[in-house]
Write a protein that binds this ligand. Structure first.
Ligand code: SF4
Length: 444
């Protein structure tokens, strides 16, 4: 058997694919390495949906190419969205790549590695619409946190997005498989379960003919998790049943990730997004009314077709009004193969980037207001360990998700273990991140 290393790029959904490939290799008897040096095969599981992600993937492949020249890596296998989208271009322009798997062939990692090590050049591109393979995982997140991917693909077909053409049609996992995996994660000591998919609100509509996310939320809350975190909630799929499920379950964090991309009616319609500005405003008002202390996260694209100065100002005003606490802001990059890329009426990428920077400024002022509001509050923090730089502990409250939000740095009279929930009084801000001190159970 061989030594295999993995590099996982892109979103949390792609990380789950990496974890599945790692488990297949482990079960086949391969040795999993924590770093590429010394690997017989390095698998670069790529993202490829926007320019910056493509650049990162190519940089990683070239870096592995350098290691290969130095004899520190034998073979390079590229998997995921970049190979799914650009298999021919990769074959032509990246000779260091020895093999490729598409997003419909993660399950073929072991025979692909075998073929590689016997001098072959595997090119496996199964159907991206194929039924979901239920595969085990090597959890790569800390033992107290894990992602639970409940579906694959997307049917929303936003005009600017290539994901449906890379990940296929929306396919929910079978209910019993999702619950079985969740039970296993809870039994393994996971305390924070993060529910993900391209769009979790659609869960069950394809294979059960109805939305089952509210039921799933209640089911996860009956398990031994401490926190249930929800990501990728499509705005117009919120109904009372879903809001009730979120508001009524104490384990469900008052932190909701609701990507809106924009707020202008004409742009939303041109981008094939359902719901208009009035709907979004009403939705966020409803959510804030029903869920106390709600922290909202969203994704926004600047420079989309039909976005003039007025529409951009409208977007800034919308953020100032709704005060969304967390936002990923992306300058629009026209992706070949999308309808939006055919649309003429748009600013150049430099202007899209300039607007993204301006929007980040607007956002940072909203975050400053939030940090100010948190002063003196006592929050429950999931400790992630000791932080040498601040000579204290670091962690996250309900308002900070993994990898995409900031941290909370806190001092404590006693040692705090990674994975422990600690009550922390917020006492300050450091570089935009909250700081505090641990307080005992009975202190308020
Ligand atoms: S919801 Fe829209 S932006 Fe998100 S993955 Fe689906 S098509 Fe892409």
């Amino acid at each position: 058997m061989s030594k295999v290393a993995f590099i996982s790029l892109g979103c949390a959904k792609n990380l789950v694919n990496t974890e599945q490939m790692m488990a297949l290799c482990r079960d086949a008897g391969h040795t999993l390495l924590g770093a590429p040096e010394g690997a017989d095969v390095v698998v670069v599981n790529t993202c490829g949906f926007i320019d910056s992600a493509k650049e990162e993937a190519i940089d990683n492949i070239l870096a592995m190419g350098e290691l290969k020249k130095q004899g520190l890596v034998r073979k390079i296998l590229v998997t995921g969205c970049l190979s799914q989208r650009y298999r021919n271009e990769i074959a032509e322009s990246l000779p260091e790549v020895d093999g490729m798997l598409g997003t419909g062939s993660y399950g073929e990692i072991v025979p692909a590695i075998d073929e590689l090590l016997h001098g072959g050049a595997p090119q496996r591109f199964g159907s991206i619409h194929a039924p979901i393979e239920e595969l085990d995982r090597v959890i790569t997140t800390p033992p107290y946190t894990a992602y639970l991917r409940i579906a694959e693909g997307c049917d929303n077909h936003c005009a600017f997005c290539v994901i449906p053409s890379l990940r296929g049609k929306y396919r929910s996992r079978q209910w019993e498989n999702v619950l079985a995996e969740a039970e296993k994660l809870a039994a393994s000591g996971v305390k924070e379960i993060i529910v993900i998919a391209q769009d979790i609100t659609r869960y069950g509509t394809d294979n059960y003919g109805r939305r089952r996310l509210p039921e799933l939320i209640h089911a996860l809350c009956r398990m031994d998790f401490h926190w249930v975190r929800l990501h990728y909630l499509y705005p117009d799929e919120f109904d009372d049943e879903l809001i009730d499920a979120i508001a009524s379950e104490p384990k469900v964090l008052n932190y909701l990730d609701v990507p809106i991309q924009h707020c202008n009616d004409r742009i939303l319609s041109a981008m094939n997004r359902r719901g208009d500005k009035a709907y979004l405003l009403a939705l966020f008002r409803r959510l804030r009314a029903r869920i106390p202390g709600l922290v909202l996260r969203t994704s926004i694209i600047t420079g989309l077709p039909y976005e003039g100065e007025a529409e951009f100002e409208e977007l800034c005003d919308f953020l100032r009004e709704v005060k969304i606490e967390r936002a990923g802001v992306f300058p629009y990059s026209p992706e070949e193969g999308t309808r939006a890329a055919q649309m003429e009426n748009r600013v150049d990428e430099e202007e899209a980037r300039r607007r993204a920077e301006l929007l980040v400024d607007v956002q940072s002022r909203i975050m400053d207001e939030y940090n100010e509001r948190m002063q003196g509050e006592v929050v429950e923090v999931l400790c992630e360990g000791f932080d040498a730089a601040s000579m204290g502990f670091v962690g996250r409250s309900y308002a900070e998700s993994v990898d995409i939000d900031g941290k909370i740095y806190f001092s404590a009279e006693r040692d705090c273990a990674a994975g422990e929930f600690v009550r922390v009084r917020i006492t300050g801000v450091m570089d935009g991140e909250l700081t505090g001190e641990a307080v005992e159970e009975d202190e308020t």
